[in-house]
Unconditional design. Structure first.
Length: 91
């Protein structure tokens, strides 16, 4: 059974979407992709986040490849997005 607050949240979401639309934030359909993308967007402009996402996904064909890569290499790959050493350490 759907709780009253959940039902209300669904209604509010529907009303807001009808009124304002749904923003396109380059969200990824895969949860792991989305998590990595969110980490890349932290404290950077969307254009830079997109650029670093593209560089990362071109260089590393899988997340396993990324995990096996040296941290300095990952930092170099995502340097255009800012805070690359900190973000590479989180990968």
């Amino acid at each position: 059974m759907v709780g009253e607050s959940e039902h209300t949240a669904v209604q509010i979401t529907r009303i807001l979407t009808q009124e304002y639309g749904s923003p396109h934030l380059n969200n990824k359909s895969d949860p792991l992709d989305e998590l990595v993308y969110i980490a890349l967007t932290r404290q950077t402009h969307a254009k830079n986040a997109d650029r670093t996402w593209n560089a990362l996904t071109i260089k590393y064909r899988s997340w396993e490849d990324l995990l096996e890569a040296p941290e300095t290499e990952v930092a170099s790959t995502i340097a255009g997005g800012g805070f690359s050493r900190q973000k590479a350490a989180q990968a």
